[in-house]
Ligand binder design. Sequence first.
Ligand SMILES: Cc1ncc(COP(=O)(O)O)c(C=O)c1O
Length: 376
Amino acid sequence: MTSPLPFIDLQAQYRRLKPQIDARVMRVLEHGRFILGPEVAELEGALSSFCGVRETVTVASGTEALRIPLMAEDIGPGDAVFLPAFTYTATAEVPCAIGAEPVFVDVDPVTYNIDPAALERAIAAVRREGRLKPRAVIAVDLFGLPADYAAIGAVCQREKLFLLADAAQSFGASQGNRRVGALAPVTATSFFPAKPLGAYGDGGAIFTDDAEKADLYRSIRFHGSSNADRYEILRIGTNGRLDTIQAAVLMVKLEAYPGELARREAAAQRYDRLLPAAVKRPARTASSSSAWPLYVTEMAGRDRVKASLAKLGIPTAVYYPKPLHYQVAYARYGAGPGSLPVAESLCAKVLALPMHSDLDDATIDRIVAAVGDALA
Ligand SMILES: Cc1ncc(COP(=O)(O)O)c(C=O)c1O
């Protein structure tokens, strides 16, 4: 048997970038400004240029990047935050953590992103019931593909709701001629190590063109202090800062990022071309590009294929095995089985194949052949 493959090969990436990363990290160890050191401001400037936004506020994680903007909008008890049922728990955890309630919305069967028509119906239902006040929508760019921001933005404007993009999985993707970060009024991303742009620990960032909001986010990430005087406490905040060492690592990785995006796009195209016809490829839309954090297929007999590949040392993953309204923690916010049929059915079919920037053609061919054998 050939050697087991990594699902995401962070070691190969480190080998490629080692001299620059080591030098950058050493510099931080030498200057010793571990919290909000110069690399943090440098990274924020570089991220703003990359995304085409005025302001970037780096934070401690993708979860904090979602929570801080909701805190800044004063969202809390009695408020409804609409989000897709087919996403990672963090998207729903954040409104709950500040006392608001998540309202789960079904997703589009092609893009897997929140369905704008279902969103409108969910908002109308909450207004009719009158128990909660609709306040915000979190649109998720699932598996790297931006959500339909034209349609969702129009709904939010009409309904006067705060739109927050959860771009934890889509940093570097684009829609029309704009990059993720500039597709919604406020965007949150994650630098979790396995994310498209990953740190060597937790990290995240908030992107916006609104300087006032960015100042508020900077205050909240530093215990609600005044940005001019850290011992002047203006509001309830949190410890939500990105470590300087992580900013240094991310500076190196950001420089390499355009090349990595191109390599993942090429890998996705090779999968698209070579996988057997019975495998449904990830969606592509005319106006968007994906960041390809994962290559998520759909197939009948998914669990059998997964087991066959595992025997050959080929790791795969199921994102996500359950829609959020099926999870114990969130069941009380949902309407149970059958209420969000698209999200429910996807959980039984999806299978993510290995995807990363150092995936070579021969490895893709080995994976494709194994999928073909398993389906035969
Ligand atoms: C869709 C989504 N939102 C939010 C997060 C939270 O990011 P983090 O792990 O950096 O807190 C993640 C990933 O973990 C995610 O996949």
